[in-house]
Design a protein around this ligand. Structure first.
Ligand SMILES: *[C@@H]1O[C@H](CO)[C@@H](O)[C@H](O)[C@H]1NC(C)=O
Ligand SMILES: *[C@@H]1O[C@H](CO)[C@@H](O)[C@H](O)[C@H]1NC(C)=O
Ligand SMILES: *[C@@H]1O[C@H](CO)[C@@H](O)[C@H](O)[C@H]1NC(C)=O
Ligand SMILES: *[C@@H]1O[C@H](CO)[C@@H](O)[C@H](O)[C@H]1NC(C)=O
Length: 438
């Protein structure tokens, strides 16, 4: 069987012939239009650094960095929801989740201890270790060589078993790293990039082998590349509020199929380190009720699981629209906010235990290529390029209701402790929003 996959890529239509091979071999992809593709992306990103991600079931995206002299390679989650960099030390062999590598601090000539113990709390656990400084090499393409980067050499952590990476690389603001320069701060301060901008593309290839998809999931430091990662050149920019420490944007309305839901929380954190969309309790319940009204759903361990094949189809369910910044609508279709497994669809939106903010995690960021501009305190979203070969999440497990993605769910970028925001005022366009309490 052969089939042709086409999509509109900037101005050119690019097609791939997809030839499924023998069982258990990955699909082979022949690019019949590779010249155009190469031309389009060539000039743009050559001097900006990029790192490619491994995709773990659309729930985690990790990339590689190297630390120390001689350099040791670590797999990390690039997390816009926190600001510290941490990797496990050799002391963590027995006190951490399983890792591919450990840092032997006495073995690195560029290591320096800053003489302080630090505990980092995350939405899903904690990590504890020594505040230190080290050389960090980042990027698969045009690597950046960053010296004296503050980081935590972690000796112990808890509840990170599901994380299929060794550590975390925080990309939020200095406010969350006790005033220490973040990696992004240092990359700019050391003159390695001109603009403190990075951008993130999360592909939809589910099974991780990025070699069978195009484009690869990736982060670019220093800029963004719409030709490779977006469907067109429309970027919707909006202000962020670095005073919160996070990449926080204004959420002005939420609609489920054109009907507004009641909501009190109007801040949303753009968070690459959280798998799902997370909503305050009342809002999450409201959205779940409205989804249920269009079909038939059940709650399983706090997650909504809906009939997507017995007496309802996935397309029976409503669109969810998030109006951000000055009111542009970002719409998720059921195919995007559900993960389909056999006859069931699992909602990739859940409720926060506590807190009056939203988290726009990987589910949202797969649909929208995200650009983080720390120079001008803004975030931009562009409709993300579609992956050419999508290995879908439909395993055909027939009657399985157990959301199997539990195992790999991430919720790191979000220490609840950090969400004790003071009241603060937000201006967006002509409207003034006030008083945020937690
Ligand atoms: C220590 O560094 C040497 C090279 O200098 C390397 O061969 C060895 O594997 C390193 N050991 C650890 C535990 O990292
Ligand atoms: C760390 O490196 C030092 C110096 O190379 C070595 O003596 C020590 O055994 C190493 N520690 C571990 C836990 O590998
Ligand atoms: C990073 O820079 C240091 C100091 O200039 C140098 O010794 C080291 O070889 C560089 N590492 C890489 C991987 O380029
Ligand atoms: C880096 O990306 C930006 C777009 O974000 C682009 O304008 C710039 O030319 C790129 N820089 C280089 C050196 O390629």
């Amino acid at each position: 069987m052969r089939f042709l996959l086409c999509w509109i890529f900037a101005l050119a239509v690019t097609c791939y012939i997809v030839i499924p091979l023998e069982k258990s071999q990955p699909m082979k992809m022949i690019d019949i239009n590779s010249i155009k593709l190469a031309e389009l992306s060539l000039n743009l990103i050559d001097l900006n650094t990029s790192s490619y991600f491994e995709n773990v079931m659309n729930m985690q995206y990790s990339g590689k960095i190297r630390l120390g002299t001689p350099p040791v390679e670590f797999k990390v989650i690039f997390d816009t929801g926190s600001s510290w960099l941490w990797v496990p030390s050799t002391n963590c062999r027995t006190a951490c989740h399983p890792c591919s590598n450990y840092l032997n601090t006495s073995n690195s000539s560029s290591y320096k201890s800053l003489g302080e113990k630090i505990t980092l709390s995350y939405g899903m656990g904690f990590a504890q270790g020594d505040l230190s400084q080290e050389r960090v090499i980042i990027g698969d393409r045009n690597p950046l060589n960053v010296s004296n980067q503050a980081f935590i050499s972690v000796n112990q952590n808890k509840d990170f078993e599901g994380m299929q990476a060794d550590g975390i690389l925080g990309l939020a603001f200095r406010k969350l790293s006790k005033g220490y320069n973040t990696l992004l701060d240092n990359i700019k301060l050391q003159g390695l990039i001109t603009n403190k901008i990075f951008s993130v593309y999360f592909g939809d290839n589910f099974f991780g082998d990025s070699k069978i998809t195009s484009p690869n999931s990736a982060i670019i430091f220093g800029g963004y590349d719409l030709a490779s990662y977006a469907q067109n050149s429309d970027i919707i920019w909006m202000s962020v509020f670095p005073e919160t420490g996070y990449w926080t944007v204004l959420l002005t309305n939420i609609k489920v199929d054109y009907t507004l839901i009641d909501y009190v929380s109007f801040l949303a954190i753009v968070d690459t380190g959280t798998s799902l969309i997370m909503a305050p309790k009342n809002e999450a319940n409201d959205i779940m009720m409205r989804i249920h009204q269009k079909g038939q759903c059940y709650l399983a361990f706090g997650f909504l699981v809906c009939d997507c094949g017995i007496s309802h189809k996935i397309t029976d369910y409503p669109d969810i629209s998030f109006e951000l910044g000055s009111g542009h609508a970002f719409v998720l279709k059921p195919e995007e906010y559900f993960m389909k497994e056999g006859l069931y669809c699992q909602l990739l939106l859940t409720s926060l235990q506590k807190g009056n903010f939203w988290i726009l995690g990987d589910v949202f960021l797969r649909k929208y290529y995200s650009i983080y501009d720390a120079e001008n305190s803004k975030v931009g979203f562009a409709l993300a390029a579609k992956s050419t070969v999508v290995v879908t999440a439909d395993f055909g497990f027939g009657s399985s209701i157990l959301p199997m993605f539990f195992l790999t769910l991430l919720f790191i970028g979000s220490s609840i402790l950090y969400y004790k925001w003071q009241e603060f005022d937000v201006d967006e366009g002509a409207t003034r929003y006030q008083r945020i309490h937690v």
